[in-house]
Ligand binder design. Structure first.
Ligand code: NAG
Length: 120
């Protein structure tokens, strides 16, 4: 067994258990791309963590002081990691706004990147 295979396998099995078979689809031996699937539990601690991360990264990039509120809705897509697209509420200058954010995560490499942040 190749050294990188085990974390990948664990990752897929984990996602299979967590999100169901439709989320994990093998289209090619080396490439796994899933459809966008709804996030079922927006209160899940990891989903909140993704939302919180998006706000704190955005604050770092812009010097804003948004305060994360809640995740309102979301989708995720399995690529060579997971793309999350979340609608979150956050407070900016005492006003609650809605934002659509995108975060890419590769848990086994400890990678989390904010790829999009826009007010909606
Ligand atoms: C965010 O909200 C907009 C407007 O309600 C909706 O069209 C979009 O699908 C939502 N996105 C997510 C990721 O839930």
């Amino acid at each position: 067994m190749k050294p990188y295979f085990f974390p990948l396998l664990t990752f897929y099995v984990f996602n299979l258990l967590l999100h169901g078979a439709s989320a994990v689809r093998v289209r090619d031996a080396s490439l796994i791309i899933g459809d966008w699937e709804p996030v079922k539990d927006v209160k899940d601690s990891h989903i909140r963590e993704i939302g919180q991360f998006a706000v704190s990264e955005h604050n770092k990039e812009t010097n804003n002081k948004l305060q994360f509120g809640i995740v309102v809705s979301g989708k995720f897509q399995i690529v060579s990691g997971i793309n999350y697209r979340l609608n979150i509420s956050a407070i900016h200058l005492s006003e609650a706004n809605m934002y659509e954010v995108e975060v890419f995560e590769q848990e086994w490499k400890k990678i989390m990147k904010l790829t999009s942040f826009k007010q909606i």
